[in-house]
Design a protein around this ligand. Structure first.
Ligand code: ATP
Ligand code: MG
Length: 419
C-alpha cells in the first residue's frame, strides 16, 4: 500500500508530461485568442459552496465528493469541479462591477469518488471556461467554438457535438409534468436512483446511465416542444451561429442537466470510442447559479473538458507529439583531476542558456559516451588528457561524427554557433 498511489489516482511521469504540456499550451494559446483569462482557485472550498453550486440532488454531491472536517471543525471538500469556485471568486472579488463579459479559464485537478476505469479517475484534470454576465446566444456559440477549435487544432477527428436546450424555470414545469406522465406506466422498471429522481427531478431520468432506463426514455416528450418563446429564440440563435461558423452539430433532446439554475443551452462533445467515458467536454448555461451562490442575478455559461479523456483520444489517433528530449552538449571527463574545469565549463554553458550535462560518478569514458547517447546529446565535449595538457578539448558532433579540437576558452562561442 505504501508504494502504490491511492486507487483512482495516477502519477504523471516525466515521459507523459510532454503530452500534458502540449495540451495545456494549446488550451492557453486558444484562450488567449478568444480573450479568456486564467483563474486559479483553491483546491478545496467550504462544502456548502458545492452543495449550493452543484446541487444536493446531483450524483456529484450525493456520492462523489471528498468531504472532511478540518482541525478547526469546518466541513471542507476537495473541489469536484471548478465552476462553483470560479463563481465564488467572481462574487468575492466583485468582478460583476466590471464591464461584462468576464471571461475566465482554468486548468487543474478535480476530485470525485468515481468508479475508476479508463478515462474515469478519482483525481482527474479539467480545462474549463466560464463566461459571466452575458445573456444572448452569441457567447454560447463563442465558447462552443472555443472548445471545438482546441480539439480540432490538436488534430482530433470523429468528434460529435451535441446540443440541446433545457429551457428555463418558466417552461420546465410543463415538461416536467409531461415527463412524469410518460414514465409513470414504467415506474416499477426504473432503477432505484431513477425512482427517486421521478418525483424530485424527472429531467434527470433522461440522463441515467442504466441501459434499461435509457431505453425507457426513448420517445420521451422533448423539452423543445415545451420551450417558451425566449428559450426557443435563444436556441434558434445558437443554431444559426453554429451553422454560420460551419460547425456540424446534432440536437440531442436527452442531453440534460437537471438543476433549476441550468438554463437554455446544454452541450457535449463526445468521442464515441471512449465508450461510457465518451464525454470529452460538457457545458451549458447557468443563469440561476450566481444568485444561488449569493451574488447578484447574473447570467453565465461554461464548460469543462476532461484532460485525461482528450489525451486518451489523442493517443488512440496517434496524435501525441513524438519529438524526443535532447541535450545540446554532454561533457565527457575521463580523468577526475580535470573535473573542476569540466564542472565550471558545464555551468558556464548553462549560464549561456545551453542544455548541458555531465557524468556524476567518474565512470569510464565508454560509460560516459553511452550516457551522452542516452540523453540524446547533440554534441559531446571530450576532455582527453593530451588535449587538456594543451588547453584544448575535442568537440564531436554526434549526428555527423565530425570532430575538431578547440581551445577550452572557446567552448561557449563554438557551441553557441553549433546549436
Ligand atoms: P460522466 O458522465 O462521464 O461522469 P460528468 O457528467 O460527471 O461526466 P462533468 O461534471 O460534466 O462530467 O465534467 C466535465 C468533463 O470532465 C466530462 O465531460 C469528462 O470529460 C470529465 N470528467 C468528469 N468526471 C471525470 C472523472 N472521474 N475522470 C476523468 N474525467 C472526468
Ligand atoms: Mg460523472
Amino acid at each position: 500500500m505504501l508504494t502504490t498511489a491511492p486507487r483512482g489516482t495516477k502519477d504523471i511521469m516525466p515521459a507523459d508530461v510532454k503530452a500534458w504540456r502540449y495540451l495545456e499550451e494549446t488550451m492557453r494559446r486558444i484562450c488567449a485568442q478568444y480573450g479568456y483569462k486564467e483563474i486559479r482557485t483553491p483546491v478545496f472550498e467550504h462544502t456548502e459552496l458545492f452543495l449550493r453550486g452543484i446541487g444536493e440532488t446531483t450524483d456529484v454531491v450525493e456520492k462523489e465528493m471528498y468531504t472532511f472536517t478540518d482541525r478547526g471543525n469546518r466541513s471542507i471538500t476537495l473541489r469536484p469541479e471548478n465552476t462553483a469556485s470560479a463563481v465564488r471568486a467572481y462574487i468575492e472579488h466583485k468582478l460583476y462591477a466590471e464591464p461584462a463579459p468576464t471571461k475566465l479559464f482554468y486548468i487543474g485537478p478535480m476530485f470525485r469518488y468515481d468508479r475508476p476505469q479508463a478515462g474515469r479517475y478519482r483525481q482527474f484534470h479539467q480545462f474549463g471556461i466560464e463566461a459571466l454576465g452575458i445573456q444572448g446566444p452569441n457567447i454560447d456559440a463563442e465558447i462552443i467554438l472555443l472548445a471545438v477549435q482546441i480539439l480540432q487544432s490538436l488534430g482530433l477527428k470523429d468528434l460529435k457535438l451535441k446540443i440541446n436546450s433545457v429551457g428555463c424555470p418558466k417552461c420546465r414545469p410543463l415538461h416536467r409534468e409531461k415527463l412524469q406522465a410518460f414514465f409513470k406506466p414504467h415506474f416499477d422498471e426504473l432503477c432505484k436512483d431513477c425512482q427517486s429522481r421521478y418525483a424530485r427531478n424527472p429531467l434527470r431520468l433522461l440522463d441515467c446511465k442504466n441501459p434499461h432506463c435509457h431505453e425507457l426514455g426513448d420517445g420521451a416528450p422533448s423539452l423543445e416542444e415545451c420551450l417558451c418563446d425566449e428559450c426557443r429564440e435563444h436556441f434558434e440563435g445558437l443554431k444559426k451561429l453554429l451553422t454560420a461558423a460551419g460547425i456540424e452539430y446534432e440536437i440531442d433532446h436527452n442531453l440534460v442537466r437537471g438543476l433549476d439554475y441550468y438554463t437554455k443551452t446544454a452541450f457535449e462533445i463526445q468521442y464515441q470510442p471512449l465508450g461510457a467515458q465518451s464525454a470529452v467536454c460538457g457545458g451549458g448555461r447557468y443563469d440561476g447559479l450566481i444568485e444561488e451562490v449569493g451574488g447578484p442575478a447574473t447570467p453565465g455559461i461554461g464548460f469543462a473538458m476532461g484532460m485525461e479523456r482528450v489525451l486518451l483520444a489523442l493517443e488512440s489517433q496517434n496524435l501525441l507529439p513524438a519529438e524526443m528530449e535532447s541535450m545540446d552538449v554532454f561533457a565527457v571527463c575521463p580523468n577526475q583531476e580535470y573535473f573542476p574545469t569540466v564542472f565550471k565549463t558545464v555551468i558556464d554553458l548553462r549560464r549561456a542558456g545551453l542544455k548541458a550535462e555531465f557524468d556524476f560518478q567518474g565512470r569510464s569514458m565508454k560509460a560516459q559516451m553511452k550516457q551522452a547517447n542516452k540523453v540524446n546529446a547533440r554534441n559531446v565535449l571530450i576532455f582527453g588528457e593530451d588535449e587538456f595538457a594543451r588547453g584544448q578539448v575535442v568537440l564531436r558532433n554526434m549526428a555527423t561524427s565530425e570532430q575538431k579540437e578547440i581551445a577550452i576558452t572557446d567552448i561557449i562561442t563554438n557551441l553557441q554557433a553549433e546549436v
